[in-house]
Ligand binder design. Structure first.
Ligand SMILES: [Zn+2]
Length: 420
């Protein structure tokens, strides 16, 4: 808490002055740290096996309990204080000796693939193939490997390390949001989600809304001049796509991804609806576009004398543009993660940090909690049946997690955030 107060008083630092790292190349030279890194390397085949095992457990959002049971079992074996909350998050606390901020590591355990999807993992050289192998089974395995490495070295941190297998991330960060709403504010939140690459320290705002048009319906023969939900929806979509999107201010994108209604050729449907997926890092722009879309959608209903309704399916707020988050960029958590990645040789495509992200970290960012999202391995095609992961690079993900736990958690000889 005191750290946060001090940070708030610091003058805003330019993006080009990343001076507040707590990483140093001496950290991995510490005997205990070096031993843990070696432990991860030596046990990496076991980590990959466990990763495959986790990936083959069904885990559609809201049905991720079996994966949760697995995570819980390992955490208990490793002596963490484990609880499962009512939404299904599995929380394992590794107590610190006190005097440091707590660090949350959150890896979501749910996947998007429906129950019954063939999740068998196929190994082909350096790649693993299966739905959910990358997003987010890789991070769950990284998290469990790090817990074991910390225990094998009997390392003690100042702050508590709180490991969470979060539930229902894919439904709009529900598990993480629930945990943050029901627990004391943690010092830092590290979401383990996404491909290895730039560190994400912001939050992409994502609004999902359904717009409904309802009327009496009618046989085609008597339909002339009658209110028509399909015509209203078509007009609304047309007008929504005419909204000018400002360039700059972080930008925005949107997409009408679903149109539904009607079931026969020869009648006006009683209901037609469409969905909008609207995204921006800029909270002001996001809300103003959401308002403009709402206005145009309603007007189309009024023009056709139809009943209008809307359903907000997801309302993840935005964290802010790069400009708005300048101080956050210079936070020790962000800079330390960047420096660790550079030391590990993680490929970032020339951008070491981005003021965006759409992971469990977003729920923390919008609550003002210092938070980042880190990658798990290289890979791609997540949320499709073609999903794949480059398995050797998961070792980088595990090492990155371990070194963040040691530095941010304030392990002896590994830096530590100066809270005293
Ligand atoms: Zn994910």
């Amino acid at each position: 808490m005191r750290l946060l107060a001090v940070l708030a008083l610091l003058p805003s630092l330019a993006v080009a002055q990343p001076t507040r790292t707590i990483w140093s190349a001496d950290v991995p030279k510490q005997q205990q740290v070096a031993r843990m890194l070696t432990w991860l390397e030596q046990n990496f085949p076991r980590q990959v096996e466990e990763w495959i095992r986790i990936a083959e457990i069904q885990g559609k959002s809201e049905h991720e309990q079996e994966r949760g049971q697995y995570v819980r079992g390992v955490m208990e074996q490793e002596g963490l204080a484990v609880t499962v909350d009512s939404i299904g998050n599995v929380i394992g606390v590794r107590k610190g000796r006190g005097g440091g901020p707590s660090v949350v590591f959150a890896a979501h355990i749910d996947i998007v693939h429906p129950l019954g999807t063939d999740l068998r993992v196929r190994r082909n050289g350096d790649t693993l193939h299966a739905p959910g192998i990358f997003d987010n089974s890789a991070s769950v395995a990284n998290m469990l490997a790090v817990i074991r490495a910390l225990n094998a070295a009997k390392v003690e941190t100042r702050g508590d390390l709180i490991f969470i297998g979060t539930a229902q991330e894919e439904l709009g960060l529900r598990g993480m949001t629930y945990w943050l709403e029901h627990n004391p504010k943690p010092g830092f939140v590290v979401a383990m989600d996404g491909g290895l690459g730039p560190i994400n320290y912001g939050a992409l705002g994502i609004y999902w809304t359904k717009y409904f048009y309802r009327g009496q319906g009618s046989h085609t023969n008597t339909s002339a001049g009658k209110p028509h939900p399909a015509r209203a929806a078509a007009a609304a979509i047309q007008r929504i796509y005419e909204i000018p999107i400002p360039t700059g201010q972080g930008g925005a994108v949107y997409n009408v991804g679903q149109i539904h209604g009607g079931s026969i050729f020869n009648g006006i449907p009683e209901e037609v609806w469409f969905s909008v997926d609207l995204r921006s890092v800029n909270p002001t722009l996001l809300d103003s576009l959401d308002g403009e879309i709402d206005k145009r959608a309603r007007q189309a209903a009024a023009d056709q004398k139809l009943t209008f309704a809307k359903e907000v399916v997801n309302h993840e707020r935005a964290g802010g543009t790069e400009e708005m988050l300048r101080e956050r960029r210079a936070h020790p958590l962000v800079q330390t993660a960047i420096d660790i990645q550079a030391w590990l040789g993680v490929q970032t495509g020339g951008r070491d940090a981005l003021a965006t992200g759409s992971t469990d970290s977003n729920a923390a960012v919008i609550r003002g909690i210092p938070s980042i999202a880190i990658g798990r391995s290289y890979g791609g095609d997540q949320h499709t049946l073609r999903e794949w992961a480059h398995w050797p690079s998961a070792l980088l993900g595990a090492k990155l997690t371990l070194l963040l736990a040691l530095t941010m958690g304030g392990a002896a000889g590994a830096g530590g955030v100066p809270v005293q």
